[in-house]
Structures are given as C-alpha cells and as structure tokens.
Design a protein around this ligand. Structure first.
Ligand code: ATP
Length: 277
C-alpha cells in the first residue's frame, strides 16, 4: 500500500481563506479540512469559486486573508479542470505521462492499468476519447503515488455509464492507496455515490455535511435523476439566503418549519440554476 510511511491524518487545510482576483473577492471565510482516506466533493454554482478553492489550497493562488495549505510531506496528484490538449504537441500517452515526472515504463504501465487504460500506452493523446483522456490524466496523477488526489471535474466529456465507472474507480483508488481525494463536481450522482463529505461553495461555504442523509432517503432515491430536484433536496444547515447575484443576505428563518435543518428547495442562486451542465 502506497500510504505506508506517508504523513497520516490531515492532508490539507483552509482556515478563514479569502481570495481576491481581478479586484473582486471570489472566496471568503472558507474553512476546510481533509484527512487521509476521505473523499470530499466541492459542489456549487458556476463561478462559485470551486476551482479557486482548489488552486488556493494547492498554493497556485495567494490568499488575500487566512491561509490554505497542503500538509508537509504530502504528495499531490492534481488533474486540473482544463487540460489544453490543443496545446499539446502530437505525442503518445507514455510521453504525456513522462512530461513532468520521470517515471519508468513499469510505473506508467501500472498507473494506466489501474485506470483501465494500459492498452493505450502507445496511442496518440490526440486520438483519445473524452473518457479515455480523463482516465489517462487520472493515471498521470497516480504515477506520483499521491497522498492526496485533487480532481477538478473528473468526469468531463464522459458519458453517464462511464461517469459511474469513473467514480467507482476513484473510490477504489482511495481504498487501495489510502489517499485523500478532493474533487469538484457538478454531478450530484457523484455526491450521492462516491463522497464522504460535501462542501457547497458559493463565495463562501454555504453548507457542508455527509450525503448519507440524502442517499438514505427513499423519497430522494425515487426522485433521483433531475439534478435540480436532487440538489434542492440536499439536507443541510442554512443560516442565510442569497440574493440573485449570489451574495449572502441577512439570516432567514422559515416560520413554516420549527427547525432549520430540513429538506427545502433552494430558491436562490446556488440551487438548480447554477448546476445546469
Ligand atoms: N484570474 C482571474 N481573474 C479574475 N477573476 C477570476 C480569475 N479566475 C477566476 N475568476 C473569477 O472567479 C470566480 C470563480 O471562478 P472559479 O473558476 O473558481 O468558479 P467555479 O466554481 O470553479 O466555476 P465553474 O463551475 O464554472 O467551473 C468566477 O467569477 C471567475 O470569473
């Protein structure tokens, strides 16, 4: 097992993290901890700051307040949201996997085997399907024997059957390598199926919690399907509303209910509308 001898416990942490980009506060007051063995999925509307959070945690963006860091000695495998294939020269999969690290052919083969793409080792990167490319990029992250995998929308360009298989694979990798996984997803099937903890980000952490309350709910299972419906039913604590720009506004108490931890549809911007696509 690759995890042996590597740092235990906390793999990454954000504390009161704020990020400004182009003179605008993109994230503020974000706290996040991820431990070895956990899969944490960041969801939220387009432009909510999910990628920004990942990049800040990885040290690729400087916080304007607070801090975000990967713990000392933690090896990270990162698959960014956009892999600019059009800027990659014609090359084989094996070559792509050797661009930044210098793994031997054996290590490349093992990583590709893990993601079911060993047969593509000598294929041209440009000839890969969307799903094959995602698997190859995952293998490329794995070849570093990471303690922490950071995946920004790992199922882009993958069809539904492929999506399910890819998320199952991520779970298997987590188990096999005893690593942690931080991923961004728009896909609530993932949240239901392959995640220990969900963090909903819309400029700040709107809510966080285990998805089991949702997946264990027969009614939700019956409704499982339309993303909007599912997210609307996501059970969480909420102490604020958002206006149409996504800005949080003063705390709202729903007097129709006697407790604020309940299933309720989001009538605001980090609900269904933000999740289209
Ligand atoms: N370099 C930059 N300069 C200025 N603004 C930026 C920069 N990078 C990102 N932003 C803005 O920050 C906000 C958050 O972007 P981010 O990519 O983190 O969102 P996201 O939640 O990952 O969105 P999506 O779901 O669309 O991928 C967006 O409004 C984006 O336009």
């Amino acid at each position: 097992m690759t995890g042996v001898g590597k740092p235990e416990g906390v793999l990454l942490r954000a504390e009161g993290l704020a990020v400004r980009l182009g003179g605008r506060v993109i994230l503020h007051g974000v706290d996040l901890t991820l431990r070895r063995g956990e899969i944490v999925t960041v969801i939220g509307p387009n432009g909510g700051g999910k990628t920004t959070l990942l990049r800040a945690v990885l040290g690729l963006l400087k916080p304007s307040a607070g801090r975000a860091f990967v713990a000392d000695g933690v090896t990270v495998g990162y698959v960014p949201q956009r892999f600019a294939l059009d800027r990659v020269m014609p090359m084989t999969v094996a070559r792509l996997m050797s661009l930044t690290a210098r793994p031997g052919r054996g290590a490349i083969e093992r990583a590709l085997t893990e993601t079911g793409t060993a047969h593509l080792i000598d294929a041209s990167v440009h000839g890969l399907s969307g799903g094959e490319l995602q698997r190859v990029l995952l293998a490329r992250a794995l070849v570093r024997a990471p303690d922490l995998l950071v995946l920004d929308e790992p199922v882009q360009g993958v069809d539904f059957t492929g999506e399910a298989a890819l998320y199952e694979l991520i779970g298997t990798i987590r188990d096999r390598h005893a690593c942690g996984v931080l991923m961004v997803s728009h896909d609530l099937h993932v949240v239901m199926a392959a995640t220990d903890r969900v963090v909903c980000v819309n400029g700040h952490v709107c809510c966080t919690g285990a998805p089991h309350e949702v997946s264990g709910n027969a009614e939700v299972r019956r409704l499982f399907g339309p993303q909007a419906e599912l997210f609307a039913l996501y059970r969480h604590h909420h102490d604020h509303e958002h206006d149409l720009t996504g800005e949080p506004v003063a705390g709202h108490v729903d007097h129709r209910r006697d407790h604020h931890d309940h299933h309720h549809p989001h009538g605001h911007s980090h609900g269904a509308a933000g999740h289209a696509g």
